[in-house]
Design a protein around this ligand. Structure first.
Ligand code: GLC
Ligand code: GLC
Length: 805
């Protein structure tokens, strides 16, 4: 590949030149402390909440992009030349492709005077290696498990024949904690910065007069020749990061910030003999106790301690990923599913849509619909974490049954209301949790409602989790419009379909389909609780909603998307633009609404009208002008975002629908069309190892260009589609179902999956080259009926064999 490749053995993505089409990033830290880390060491860190507890300043939309980061300057004191250990911000000319385009320069092979670069993004760590004029630096950045700090471990090696005198300058720019205020209110915030320096530790004490309780620290393992903590003193007047005065002159000012812009820069002078390697370790962290900060700085200044933490981190990830391992004939599928897709699911679970290179960490908090979906499919990795998340989410549900649109991770307080879909996702996420864990008791656990009223203690309004779900479906049943379908509110899953009008009677077919599916789940969960009458009641309601949808929302060849405020269909052949939408074709099957004929017909319409080589378009044709009755969906240029892009999040809904219908070849083709690794990075642009929110559609000149990588429901839904539907390893209430729907050319595949405390070694054989249908099913060598492995007590491993035919 042009910019890098997958190191399958090490589970790393290796970037071989720094000028990637966009910054290609990684997430360090998967608990409370998070560091966004680009391939040129850009990014920022925060503790728990990217809005309120931001440690490092980052300049979104900067020129050049990706500025603000964890920068290390190396200066040759003999020649006065300096460079960056991560290419940016100094940007020395770097070794490019050799003429043989299939061959990259490795670090050793770089031309003598070129800057040779390599970045390895691994699971929870990033290593950037740079060699320039005989000096090699290899810097590994990571966040130790259970710690609120990041370690930067830099090995510096002298590969030249002479002894070298080097100056090493670190640089971070502190954010004044509140990221929004930090970029808006300068009359205030240029007067609150304060730093202290004790020994090798720099402290950002800004705002400590109001909030004595927390600060940031930044330490170095070597004695300092000097330091700077005031930005202007480090950079010089009108200076910038590509040539800071302190580095140019090899002279730090020992500046202390009191107002203006607090930064952290250590100055370390080293001499290195020919062939010699030295290690310098920096620790950047959040703390509420200076003793702790000092202790951690001292501890991780020791290489053995830092390396021990890194090993611990690697081990934890091995264990995480060990719970699901697949071996199929498709290498890209194996690599994405075994490593990167799971990794991305964990990242979206942690940070929802809050902090990425496209989400500024200020606006969105934990979205109700997004966070519910992020837990699905991924429960097996951290069931306890998911359970707590579901409780947090359900606690922002109102007694009426609907829910806050999002909540702050720090305070857990909700905000925003009026979406028609939010509350229904809770039914799906709780169902997924129970199918995975078998923890039926969870349905009886009492969880508060948010009364929305000040003063009325939440504890006064509690209901069991099951009651929460019942209220969610009842809310949608109750709030119906003229066709008897759920009212659309401000929007449904499609945030930009804002059919707000004076009559407030727009309706959403997608939510009706989601409701139909949710009623089925509630009916099944009622049965688990032995509530027979409820089980029958909700099954009947499912049928009623299903019939209603089929009576009013079938358009001849597909399901319409909605009815606007004037009862006119949206996503219908009657429209001139936006005639067909993807969502209602997928949910027709997922919600159990379409019978066979309509199911096949609507999926064929998707194939005919929406499918492209880069994925399935969300609608066609895109809107070419603004339609006030549809809202912001028609603001975007044709082919972007909700207006006709390939929205990656709902693409898997069609994959799932095709699997329900047994068309494995088509399902797989769709899955592959979005799958990142094999795409040309100059077209797709975003990281080849993660899903993005959208890909420009065919109505746009940059057809195929991906945008908004990392924090997207595409991670979880693609994971569900491929693991539970294509490979068909699907948790159900009564056990683990094996129901593959694969390309007919496959001979079979193998899966190792941990389920309810037991390891299942599953082999699927496909001697007759079909896509679906388990003909023979053996558990530990014994043939049984059906294709569900019931929970098996007292066994650690179980062998499962399935033969398709
Ligand atoms: C974004 C939002 C998600 C929404 C989707 C479609 O991905 O995060 O909540 O459902 O867009 O509009
Ligand atoms: C915008 C985006 C949409 C996103 C929404 C959330 O409308 O286009 O994708 O879901 O913002 O705030």
């Amino acid at each position: 590949m042009k910019y890098g490749y997958f190191d399958k053995e090490k589970k790393e993505y290796v970037i071989t030149r720094p000028d990637t089409p966009l910054p290609w990033i990684n997430y360090l830290g998967s608990q409370e402390y998070c560091a966004l880390m680009s391939n040129t060491a850009g990014g920022y860190s925060f503790y728990k909440d990217p809005k309120e507890r931001r440690l490092l300043r980052y300049r979104y939309n900067s020129i050049p992009y990706d500025r603000g980061g964890r920068y290390l300057y190396i200066r040759d004191n003999k020649t006065s030349e300096f460079w960056s250990a991560s290419w940016q911000p100094v940007q020395k000319p770097f070794a490019k492709y050799s003429d043989d385009s299939s061959k990259l320069f490795s670090v050793q092979e770089g031309k003598k005077d070129d800057y040779v670069y390599e970045c390895r993004h691994g699971l929870g760590y990033t290593t950037i290696t740079a060699t320039y004029k005989g000096i090699q630096t290899k810097t590994t950045y990571f966040v130790p498990l259970d710690q609120n700090c990041e370690i930067w471990m830099m090995e510096i090696k002298n590969q030249s024949l002479q002894e070298r005198q080097l100056g090493i300058f670190s640089f971070v720019e502190f954010c004044l904690w509140d990221a929004l205020n930090d970029m808006t209110d300068y009359q205030y915030n240029l007067n609150i910065g304060e730093t202290e320096v004790e020994g090798q530790v720099i402290y950002n004490m800004s705002r400590y007069r109001v909030e004595k309780s927390y600060f940031a620290y930044f330490s170095a393992s070597q004695p300092l020749a000097g330091f700077d903590t005031q930005r202007e003193d480090f950079l010089g007047r009108y200076g910038d990061l590509s040539g800071p005065r302190a580095v140019v002159e090899n002279k730090s000012n020992n500046s202390i910030a009191c107002g203006w812009a607090p930064v952290g820069s250590h100055n370390i002078q080293l001499s290195l003999k020919s062939g010699e390697t030295k290690t310098v370790i920096f620790v950047l962290g959040y703390s509420e106790d200076k003793k702790e900060a000092k202790a951690l700085s001292a501890k991780y200044s020791k290489k053995e301690e830092a390396e021990k933490e890194l090993r611990g981190l690697n081990k934890a990830w091995e264990e995480n990923l060990g719970k699901l391992e697949v071996r199929t004939p498709d290498e890209d599928l194996n690599m994405m599913l075994n490593v990167w897709n799971q990794y991305q699911c964990r990242t979206t679970f942690n940070w929802s849509r809050s902090a990425s290179y496209y989400e500024s960490g200020i606006g969105r908090g934990m979205g109700f619909r997004d966070s519910n979906q992020d837990t699905m499919g991924f429960v097996y990795q951290i069931p306890e974490g998911v359970k707590q998340r579901l409780i947090d989410l359900a606690s922002t549900q109102f007694e009426e049954g609907d829910a806050y649109h999002q909540y702050s991770p720090l305070t857990k307080k909700g905000n925003g209301r009026g979406y028609s879909d939010d509350h229904l996702w809770l039914v799906y996420s709780v169902a997924a949790y129970i199918k995975e864990t078998g923890d039926i008791k969870f349905l009886l656990q009492k969880v508060p409602y948010d009364t929305g009223k000040k003063g009325l203690r939440q504890a006064q309004a509690k209901g069991t989790m099951f009651e929460h779900l019942v209220r969610a479906v009842n809310y949608s049943l109750k709030h119906a419009g003229p066709h008897g379908l759920p009212l659309a509110g401000f929007a449904d899953w499609n945030d930009c379909l804002n059919m707000i009008g004076p009559k407030k009677q727009a309706e959403t077919v997608m939510v009706a389909q989601m409701l139909a599916g949710a009623l089925l789940e509630v009916s099944r969960m009622a049965a688990l609780l032995k509530k027979k009458a409820d089980s029958i009641k909700y099954a009947k309601l499912h049928k009623k909603v299903k019939d209603k949808i089929n009576a009013v929302a079938w358009d001849g060849k597909w399901y319409v998307r909605a009815f606007d405020d004037n009862k006119k269909p949206v996503g219908s052949k009657k429209n001139t633009e936006g005639k067909i939408f993807l969502e209602t074709q997928g949910w027709a099957l997922m919600g159990g609404v379409a019978d066979k004929d309509r199911a096949l017909q609507c999926l064929d319409s998707v194939k005919d009208i929406l499918a492209t080589e880069h994925g399935i378009l969300i609608l066609q044709p895109s809107f070419s002008k603004f339609y006030h009755q549809l809202g912001s969906i028609s603001i975007y240029p044709p082919g972007l975002k909700e207006n006709g892009a390939i929205f990656c999040h709902p693409n898997p809904w069609i994959v799932i629908a095709e699997c329900i219908m047994g068309r494995g070849d088509r399902a797989f083709e769709y899955y592959k069309s979005v799958l990142p690794p094999s795409k040309d990075p100059d077209v797709r642009k975003i990281e080849p190892y993660v899903y993005c929110q959208m890909i420009a559609g065919k109505d746009h000149k940059d057809f195929g260009e991906g945008k908004n990588a990392w924090l997207t429901g595409s991670a979880c839904w693609n994971f569900i589609a491929v693991s539970q539907w294509i490979l068909g390893i699907r948790p159900e209430y009564d056990g683990l179902m094996i129901d593959p729907c694969i390309p007919s050319s496959w001979d079979g595949f193998e899966v190792k999956r941990t389920f309810r405390g037991c390891d299942y070694n599953i082999t699927v054989n496909n001697p007759n080259h079909v896509s679906k249908g388990v003909k023979r099913f053996l558990i530990d060598g014994k043939e049984i009926k059906g294709n569900i492995v019931p929970p098996i007590k007292g066994k650690k491993t179980v062998k499962v064999e399935a033969e398709l035919g």
